[in-house]
Design a protein around this ligand. Sequence first.
Ligand SMILES: Nc1ncnc2c1ncn2[C@@H]1O[C@H](COP(=O)(O)OP(=O)(O)OP(=O)(O)O)[C@@H](O)[C@H]1O
Ligand SMILES: [Mg+2]
Length: 252
Amino acid sequence: MLNYDGEPLLRMEGIHKRYGSVHALKGIDFGVYPGEVVGLIGDNGAGKSTLIEIITGVHQPSEGIVYWNGEETVISSVDKARALDIETVYQDQAVVDDRSVAQNVFLGRELTASIGPFDFLDKSTMREEAETLTRELGLDIASPNQEVRFCSGGEKQGVAIARAMYFDADLVILDEPTTALAVTGVREVMKFIEQLKNAGTSCIFITHNIQHGYSISDRFVVLSRGEKLADLKHEETSPDELEEIQTRAVSA
Ligand SMILES: Nc1ncnc2c1ncn2[C@@H]1O[C@H](COP(=O)(O)OP(=O)(O)OP(=O)(O)O)[C@@H](O)[C@H]1O
Ligand SMILES: [Mg+2]
């Protein structure tokens, strides 16, 4: 069960982001609790990507404070975010096409073993682990040796999710997971989020399609023109109401 009285995993207070004269975020308070799935929605240019890029260390806020597990933290780089166990899953950049599924799961964090004084890459363990993970995720990948370029868009995201699960990410961020994916792909991604949730991992996902994400989200945050319009728990709202808040903002 989610504990909203406890300490959030991530808490952001009064976040502003300026790109030159563009004021992309105007004093946003945002956060995510342990094990919580938050859907981030809003029209084009609302500031969704900017907000998650601050969490993933791509950008620094112009103003505001970020707390991680209750401690004031500067997420100064993408590596820093990764060291905090924050994983980001992008539609395409998440995997390297000409490497195998197993190589992608362990990319940059390869497992090694040693015999006497010699260290070597533990390829068989990586293959076995990748096979177990993809099977658990329900991915129809013939072999962990398969090159990722032969995977569908949804399967590629699955490989990135497998990576997040293996390395036990505390927070997984999915930017626009459902665009350009076929309907079955959308279902796959929603299933991945469900599995992350079951594993107790917090998740923030950006979506343009409220209907798709509604059932798995614990909470929705609506942004418009750099401001937070709504912050509603699943049981306090409905897909129709969320659509309406967005539409009202666009036409205002
Ligand atoms: N690197 C950048 N340099 C200058 N302006 C930027 C940059 N990134 C974003 N912006 C501007 O900041 C505002 C917020 O953009 P952002 O990409 O965060 O919106 P978004 O909600 O992700 O939109 P979309 O749904 O189209 O992806 C926009 O006005 C955008 O043009
Ligand atoms: Mg965006």
